[in-house]
Design a protein around this ligand. Structure first.
Ligand SMILES: NC(=O)c1ccc[n+]([C@@H]2O[C@H](COP(=O)([O-])OP(=O)(O)OC[C@H]3O[C@@H](n4cnc5c(N)ncnc54)[C@H](OP(=O)(O)O)[C@@H]3O)[C@@H](O)[C@H]2O)c1
Length: 206
């Protein structure tokens, strides 16, 4: 066996001994999705999601390992409109302590006190900056589907973690706007939750 092989095997054993290493430093597209592949209905409504009540049972564990967040402008504006500024007299604070990169070609409303960086164009250099800031934590691509696709185009997307709700929307904002067939996504796990969701954890194979 060559020295190179020894090094490779040692690395694999090291990863097996320290499973945390396997789960860190990923770029993850984590989203709720309808059975037919939409993350919002045609009016950008998430009412279909909130009927299940409460919070996503996997969110607290997921967010602990996130060091940087990316989202498109529709998602950002949805959060402002429907949550943070829904009651203008009682604005809520930005919910993320992690630095967040918002993609838009427009000038969007800023939120005082929030670590938000407005960016546009090529996701490559933005991802490099996010990677530096996130350190040994993961990058969360919140959505939408085309933004996640832009990361995938450059080989930067490692995983999709989808909370599938048992509803059919028939149209709306798509989960993903790229074709992935060969190699297919690898199914890491499928976990049903009593709330009605099924989590599908997928890995992008290269
Ligand atoms: N179910 C869930 O868990 C979940 C998760 C996330 C989002 N959502 C919802 O799903 C919907 C997603 O909306 P969407 O499909 O329109 O996606 P989006 O990614 O939120 O917004 C798309 C917009 O972001 C801007 N953008 C994207 N990439 C850019 C780039 N590289 N440079 C500059 N600007 C860029 C463009 O708008 P401008 O340039 O005009 O600003 C683009 O039209 C929203 O309603 C959101 O609330 C649901």
């Amino acid at each position: 066996m060559t020295a190179q092989h020894d090094g490779f095997d040692g690395g694999e054993q090291n990863l097996r001994r320290h499973p945390a290493v396997l789960t860190s430093m990923k770029t993850q597209y984590y989203s709720a999705v309808s059975l037919d592949g939409y993350i919002a209905d045609e009016n950008h409504s998430l009412d279909w999601l909130f009927q299940f009540g409460g919070e996503d049972p996997t969110y607290d564990t997921f967010i602990k390992d996130v060091g940087a967040i990316a989202m498109g402008s529709s998602t950002y504006e949805w959060v402002l409109r429907n949550d943070l500024l829904a009651d203008p007299d009682n604005p809520k604070p930005w919910p993320y302590s992690q630095p967040s990169w918002i993609f838009s070609s427009r000038t969007l409303r800023e939120l005082p006190g929030a670590d938000i960086r407005f960016v546009k164009g090529d996701v490559g250099p933005v991802h490099a900056e996010m990677r530096k800031v996130a350190g040994d934590k993961n990058i969360w691509v919140v959505g939408g589907g085309d933004l996640a696709g832009q990361f995938h185009d450059q080989g930067l997307l490692d995983e999709m973690i989808l909370m599938m709700a048992p509803v059919i929307l028939s149209k709306g904002a798509p989960l993903f706007t790229r074709k992935i067939t060969k190699p297919p996504l690898r199914v890491v796990s499928v976990t049903p939750y009593p709330e009605g969701f099924t989590q599908i954890h997928l890995e992008v194979q290269r």
